[in-house]
Write a protein that binds this ligand. Structure first.
Ligand code: WTA
Length: 651
């Protein structure tokens, strides 16, 4: 967790013009304050329900909430069919842009046909509501079609980021016991095809946890590269799904039916399968997308740059925007292919009006230089968003000036995989946003910043740093960790068990004006370019290498990526004589291979010892001090403070 460095005194209210046309204003806060459950019922009415709910919230089974109890609705119908039925079949849902420059414009009518075909094919495989499907795809339209087809049938999807390793894919497939894996032959990465089907083959061939649950592998042809084929198990999308009828009648699902599982890093090496359900999730995704982005269907061109492998892609590429009949950009590739102009060319070309990205992207743009956005007509932009990590005030101001033309409001949105949808953000037509602050809970959401004992810090001098807690259940909240209710209880609820609050794992501060500043994780979770990676996961990948006896990993501040992964390793006697530079290269490659290139350590230091407390716990705080080149903090609980001289000498 970083501590506030510079005092921020500037604030940016929306222009009168923006405020006048905004979807939401002060009345929204008043309505939510007057009657929270009635407010959420009102929000749920933006969806089409097959069966109305009997009860808005049932919290009697806390910490597992039930929202809109007894209600039934179909998520895919809400995201697709109802727009076509209302006469918007010809509206473009997705302007898809491939990395090599190929494009596809997909209307809501097209999407309905595609989703129906996929649903018919999944049904023909014998998949039934409640079964799990793993989706391991790049940013191609079929990824969205597959998610919606699962939702249509009540199949619980588990999207695995296509940058994850075969090992990571296999552990997720096993944990959820997925019956079907959907993948592609390969994916484009900076002009080159990279294999993806080969990674699935490797994943399914390795020894896993119990008998292999996968019966079928469905492969989308994207790069055209040669792929190995297992007859009877592997099928092509274009030979199966594409041949199905474009008509399919959907059924309503229970509001609490599990819509998806999404794995995220926790404080141990084993990722947590976060479970989200149907009615409450879609309600909050649609509500937040409408008000936070001030979205106007049929008018705005919306672009969220996340990957569907992360929660941001689930809630703000797939479910929120499509429920709200958005027209959006989906871009397959990297922002600097063929060059650094790519995003700005797309914005100018397609007249993008709402652009939602991560602070690390903004800082990368800053590094590339303001002349790059300046070379394009970005006048269509009317709102900017930020997500994934704290945005430093300097990057915020740069974003507003150079991409937002000094006029577009910025919404800094705080939320998590677990919260399912945005929890804190300015309301763009109302809030005078301060650079770097998520400002406060949205209408209908409750959050506090408290100390270790649960005392509210809001009324202090505005300097005290505490823990962010969510003190009321919210519709899109996780319903648990897949297969591990005890871990759910321990991770989020034990810390403030007496009060019954959700512990978010973030440090925060409320300033004298009541604005919330989220400062970053307070647990052993790192945030690298907005990706959550646990220190334990990287440590376990490192000790998996035969030359490593022990490893400790910390997240150190990094000017571009927010945090960088810094590892300290002790080598085994056998490896001690090897060339250190070679060992370091090998270890970095090992972590990329075991987890993903996103988890590759920035620095690896070979050290003779690690600092430990008397109870044997590695003192990461001290290692962070070393990694960031600071004076050492309190070393009094250390067994042998002299280890630092040795570490410093090598680091
Ligand atoms: C961090 C991403 C500050 C935070 C949606 C949180 C943020 C974690 C912000 C969740 C923000 C996300 N300001 N910090 N606007 N948004 N975070 O699960 O530490 O990938 O706990 O969800 O990202 O990351 P996750």
């Amino acid at each position: 967790m970083s501590t506030p460095t510079e005092p921020v005194t500037d604030a940016y209210p929306p222009s009168a013009e923006f405020a006048a046309q905004a979807n939401g204003g002060a009345a929204l806060y008043e309505a939510a304050a007057a009657d929270r459950e009635a407010f959420w019922a009102e929000q749920a009415r933006r969806l089409s329900w097959d069966t109305p709910w009997e009860q808005v919230l049932d919290w009697s089974g806390a910490p597992v909430a039930k929202w809109f109890v007894g209600g039934k609705l179909n998520v895919a119908v809400n995201c697709v069919d109802r727009h076509v039925a209302a006469g918007f079949g010809d509206q473009v849902a997705i302007h898809w842009i491939g990395e090599p420059g190929d494009t596809r414009d997909i209307t809501y009518a097209d999407l309905l046909a595609e989703v129906s075909r996929a649903a018919n094919y999944f049904t023909s495989l014998g998949l039934v509501a409640g079964d799990r499907v793993a989706i391991y795809l790049p940013m191609v339209p079929e990824a969205i079609v597959a998610m919606l087809a699962c939702a249509r049938l009540g199949l619980t999807h588990s999207v695995v980021f296509a940058g994850f390793s075969p090992t990571a894919l296999r552990s997720r497939v096993d944990d959820a016991r997925a019956r079907l894996v959907i993948t592609a032959d390969g994916q484009w990465r900076r002009g080159k095809p990279a294999g993806l089907k080969s990674a699935v083959d490797e994943a399914l061939a390795m020894p896993g946890d119990g008998e292999l649950s996968v019966e079928q592998v469905l492969v989308v042809r994207r790069t055209g590269q040669d792929v190995p084929w297992t007859a009877g198990r592997d099928v092509w999308w274009h030979e199966t799904v594409a041949e199905q009828s474009p008509e399919h009648t959907a059924m309503g699902m229970d509001a609490e039916h599990p819509l998806f599982i999404l794995y995220t890093s926790g404080t141990t090496g084993k990722p947590k399968g976060i479970v989200h359900t149907t009615g409450g999730y879609l309600t909050q995704a649609a509500y937040t997308h409408h008000y936070v982005f001030d979205h106007k269907p049929g008018v705005d061109v919306y672009w969220c740059t996340a990957d569907i492998g992360w929660v941001t892609g689930h809630s703000y590429i797939v479910y929120g925007p499509l429920a709200n009949r958005a027209t959006q950009i989906v871009y397959e590739g990297t922002p600097n292919y063929p060059d650094e102009h790519r995003h700005f060319e797309i914005i100018a070309d397609r007249r993008v009006s709402i652009y939602y990205t991560a602070p690390t992207m903004v800082r990368t743009f800053m590094k590339w230089g303001a002349e790059i956005p300046a070379a394009h007509d970005l006048s269509s932009i009317r709102l900017l968003g930020s997500v994934g990590e704290p945005i430093n005030p300097e990057a915020w101001r740069w974003y507003r000036t150079n991409i937002g033309g000094d006029r577009a409001p910025i919404v800094d949105t705080w939320w998590q995989t677990e919260t399912g949808a945005i929890m804190m953000s300015p309301l763009p037509g109302l809030t005078a946003a301060k650079p770097g602050a998520a400002m406060g809970p949205l209408p209908g959401i409750a959050a506090q910043v408290v100390d270790e004992d649960g005392h509210d810090l809001a009324d202090g001098d505005g300097e005290a740093v505490g823990y962010l807690v969510l003190d009321q259940p919210w519709p899109a909240m996780l319903r648990g960790i897949w297969g591990d209710p005890q871990r759910y209880q321990e991770t989020y609820w034990d810390r403030y068990a007496e009060q019954g609050w959700y512990f978010a794992g973030d440090g925060a501060r409320i300033d004298a004006d009541g604005a919330y500043w989220v400062l970053g994780r307070v647990d052993d979770v790192m945030n690298v370019s907005g990706h959550r990676i646990s220190t334990a996961e990287v440590e376990s990948a490192l000790v998996g290498h035969s030359g490593v006896a022990e490893a400790a990993v910390v997240g150190a501040s990094d000017a571009t990526t927010g945090q960088g992964i810094v590892a300290f390793v002790i080598l085994t006697a056998d490896a001690a004589d090897a060339d250190p530079a070679t060992v370091v290269q090998e270890l970095k490659a090992e972590v990329s291979k075991e987890i993903s290139p996103i988890a590759r350590p920035r620095d690896i230091h070979i050290v003779p010892e690690l600092p430990k407390t008397r109870s044997g716990k590695i003192m990461r705080r001290l290692l962070r001090d070393v990694a960031e080149g600071r004076e050492l903090g309190d070393t009094s609980t250390l067994v042998d403070p002299a280890v630092f001289d040795a570490i410093r000498a090598q680091a």
